[in-house]
Design a protein around this ligand. Structure first.
Ligand SMILES: Cc1cc2nc3c(=O)[nH]c(=O)nc-3n(C[C@H](O)[C@H](O)[C@H](O)COP(=O)(O)O)c2cc1C
Length: 294
């Protein structure tokens, strides 16, 4: 199946197609973000930026697994200094991923970038950063408070959710109450591997997050559940690497998608997926979003 192309209006943004770069994968500098846009992405999400500069976890930080990647980067970022990277991207569809340890920190970081970012994506979902990400994002009250702290600044506010909860819809509904413009589902699945030679966990942080093809069914399930419970648009993320995956995500309820791990080996995957996804005699995208329900 193919869909028609055209401007995609989602979560307060106008994108040239349905395909965005997911946070943290090649989105660490202005030039890498510009390169991904030049490779056909309809929008890009930056590396998550926090209230203080952070070096991240000790290595190994990323290891390959069957059908995916296991990472525990630990949110390395230059904090406010990242402003310099965004100058070359003025006017482009750049969504700034931010994190904080409480609603005030989220608001502070967002306010630094309110003049440069087109939208914010709240990282309430990283599974391997003590005191950040999923540490807040598994508590619906904190999800609502952090969302409210940023959405009240008046820019589109996307909230990225963790799959590492019993019921993801509780956090989705909390973000909606806090004024979110869209939900992003999902961040990585909490996971680990052990080196049988070293008799130790392979990651420096011991526990990390699994991404890539192996988590696609988890992501589809999360998007499907959120679509049944929430009204704001959902951006599907997790294991997407083909036009068929994009169609399936849209049928589950996604209005657009983000791609992370698949970009690592092939930055121009956006263009090749778009070639397979769009056709002038395709079906209108709106007719397939959520069509697997009912
Ligand atoms: C190396 C790496 C770094 C990541 N860094 C971030 C990050 O800074 N902020 C965030 O919200 N998600 C981060 N993620 C999660 C991705 O944005 C995405 O949610 C996840 O990898 C699932 O999508 P995928 O299977 O297409 O990679 C990272 C993922 C990887 C593999």
């Amino acid at each position: 199946m193919r869909i028609t192309s055209g401007t995609v209006l989602v979560g307060g943004m106008a994108l040239s197609n349905h395909l965005l770069l997911a946070a943290g994968v090649l989105g660490t500098t202005g030039s890498s973000l510009a390169r991904i846009l030049a490779c056909g992405a309809g929008g890009v999400v930056t590396k998550s930026i926090g209230p203080y500069p952070c070096e991240g976890h000790p290595g190994p930080c990323v290891v390959e697994t069957e059908g995916g990647l296991l990472n525990a980067m630990g949110l390395p970022n230059p904090s406010r200094e990242f402003e310099g990277e965004l100058q070359v991207l003025a006017g482009k569809p750049v969504i700034l991923s931010i994190y904080g340890g409480n609603p005030d920190e989220f608001r502070t970081v967002a306010s630094w970038f309110a003049g440069t970012a087109a939208a914010f994506e709240l990282n309430l979902s990283c599974p391997h950063a003590a005191g950040y990400g999923a540490a807040l994002g598994t508590d619906p009250d904190l999800v609502e408070a952090c969302t409210q702290a940023v959405s009240s600044l008046g820019l589109p506010t996307w909230v990225k959710l963790t799959p590492n909860v019993t019921d993801i819809t509780l956090c989705g509904k909390a973000a909606e109450r806090g004024g979110a413009s869209a939900l992003v589902a999902i961040n990585t699945v909490k996971a680990m591997r052990i080196s049988t030679e070293l008799k130790r966990p392979v990651l420096g942080n011991r526990v990390g997050g699994l991404s890539g093809k192996s988590i696609f069914p988890v992501a589809v399930r999360c998007v499907y559940e959120l679509y049944e419970s929430c009204r704001i648009p959902i951006i599907g993320c997790g294991g997407i690497s083909s036009a068929g995956d994009v169609i399936e995500m849209m049928m589950a309820g996604a209005s657009a998608v983000q791609i992370g791990t698949a970009v690592k080996d092939y930055p121009c995957i956006f263009r090749s997926i778009a070639t397979d996804l769009y056709s002038s005699d395709g079906v209108p995208p709106d007719t397939i979003v959520g069509c697997a329900h009912g």
